[in-house]
Design a protein around this ligand. Structure first.
Ligand code: GTP
Ligand code: MG
Length: 468
């Protein structure tokens, strides 16, 4: 895990080590009535990433590396280097309704002879990693404890659900208008077909016909599924629960549609609409969707985050083309806007927390040659520029990294060049020489085409664990 280019890409563990030492240092400044929490420190790590960005694999790898910290290669992780990490245990989270992250299952399937990647996540799960640490304390310290536990709380969830967070700050009519804009342009235009005209034909002020609404709702869900499947899946898919509902008791809340006609009506006209109109009916469902589904999800899983990792599959974006890069850029900016950033004293953080560190991570870096890792990292910087500025403005200094959760490849010389080699899920060898990764995204459509055409490789699909 954590392929690095010397001096340029700091490893994930190096920073995690900083966090732990910092946390230990902060113990000294806290008050006695927080005794329990002072002895045992807890940090909530937010793993945020669009669908298929590599969240579940990274969690599996992180747990695996920590559980066998004595054998794993974790250069730069100071508690291991200094011999202060005494043991690691995996616990379920206290919330009994939350499933335990399927670590064993994911790890086993990665290690089997015909190994497989973790299944695409369909519901939320979590775990608590307990790191037993030795702390150096002065003899005069009244809270003297030679050992303490550092708890790392991690949750995993379907990437699609993340895209719902911006809806918390968006009215139904604005969301409908935004959807209309997206569907009327490529690449969605080619996917939506006649549904575009059928949605445009609905007058939001007309009395709702529930049969028509249901049929349009089914077609809209099918369209979202199409956006997700295909060779180049789109990232901005809303509402996320339309394709991965999770455990929702009342599925009625998923039966609205975007009303494209909202764009042509004023707020006053929409406010004056009949209670039985399409607009008022869908608006009510949309508001329920926000308050009953998105807000509880946000409050439970995101509000308490202390440190945020935002995972981005930059290599996939690069191979997808200009329309897709805008889609990802927009999706990432929407998501990061939903988080609050800001430094807080640890004491205040015992009651409430805000994200005080953000790391943007380009995942699956084992798919490119090590000499190109820095280029991928720089592409990530370009991709998350807007989100980066937002965090920096709030006083948080984000940084960008490039990592592989699982190293599924090796580099071998091939003629005068180096090639990436791996094994496919069917057991066949696969190898490729990829074009030089540019330090910026191609500007014109022609330049993209030239780049994409020069990429002649099969994606690696079989992980082989080298570093555990
Ligand atoms: N080569 C390589 N491929 C990876 C790595 N991590 C993930 N992948 C690939 O990316 C796919 C998605 O990874 P996941 O970890 O399931 O991604 P996710 O973000 O949890 O996806 P959702 O649960 O669908 O939101 C995997 O099936 C692998 O094909 C990695 O470290 N190296
Ligand atoms: Mg997943």
């Amino acid at each position: 895990m954590g392929t690095q280019e010397k001096g340029k890409i700091r490893s994930f563990f190096e920073k995690a080590g900083d966090a732990i030492s910092e946390s230990g240092a902060n113990l000294k400044h806290s008050s006695v009535n927080m005794y329990e929490r002072l002895i045992d420190q807890r940090m909530v790590l937010g793993l945020t990433g669009l669908s298929r960005s590599g969240k579940s694999t990274l969690v599996t790898s992180l747990i695996n590396q920590l559980l066998q910290f004595d054998k794993a290669s974790m250069p730069g992780f100071s508690p291991v280097l200094g011999g202060d990490l005494l043991g690691v245990k995996l616990h379920p989270l206290e919330d009994k309704d939350l499933a335990l992250f399927p670590y064993q299952k994911s790890y086993q399937s990665l290690c089997e002879p015909l190994s497989a990647w973790p299944d695409s996540t369909v519901d939320v799960s979590g775990c608590l990693l307990e790191l037993r640490l030795r702390r150096k304390v002065s003899g005069l310290n009244p809270l003297k404890h030679k050992e303490f536990s550092f708890f790392l709380e991690i949750r995993d969830y379907p990437g699609e659900w993340l895209l719902d967070l911006p809806l918390m700050d968006m009215s139904f009519s604005r969301w409908s208008t935004q959807c209309h804009g997206q569907c009327a342009t490529e690449p969605r235009l080619s996917l939506i077909g006649s549904l575009l005209q059928d949605l445009q034909a609905i007058n939001p002020l007309d009395t709702v016909d529930k049969e028509i609404l249901l049929s349009l709702n089914e077609r809209y869900k099918a369209f979202l599924h199409n956006c997700k499947s295909g060779n180049t899946p789109l990232s901005l898919i809303q509402p996320g629960r339309f394709i991965i509902p999770g455990n929702i008791s009342d599925k009625d809340v998923l039966s609205f549609i975007p009303l494209f006609g909202c764009a042509t009506l004023s707020d006053a006209q929409l406010d004056a609409a009949d209670e039985n109109s399409y607009y008022k009916y869908c608006d009510r469902l949309y508001k329920r969707y926000v308050t009953e589904i998105i807000e509880p999800f946000y409050k439970t899983h995101f509000k308490k985050i202390d440190r945020q990792l935002v995972l981005v599959d930059v290599i996939n974006v690069l191979s997808a083309g200009p329309q897709y890069i805008d889609d990802v850029r927009q999706a990432l900016a929407n998501i990061t806007d939903s988080f609050s950033y800001g430094h807080q004293s640890r004491l205040r953080q015992l009651f409430t927390s805000k994200i005080d560190q953000v790391v943007f991570v380009a995942t699956k870096i084992d798919q490119v040659l090590s000499e190109d890792h820095e280029a991928v990292r720089q592409l990530l910087e370009l991709l998350v520029k807007q989100a980066y500025r937002h965090a920096a403005y709030a006083g948080v200094t984000p940084y960008c990294e490039a990592v592989a959760a699982v190293r599924a490849s090796v580099e071998t010389p091939r003629g005068t060049q180096n090639a990436i080699m791996g094994i496919q899920t069917d057991g066949d060898d696969v190898g490729y020489v990829h074009p030089k990764i540019p330090y910026r995204f191609p500007e014109s459509a022609d330049e993209w085409l030239q780049y994409i055409n020069s990429v002649s490789y099969t994606h690696l699909t079989l992980p082989t664990i080298y570093s555990v």
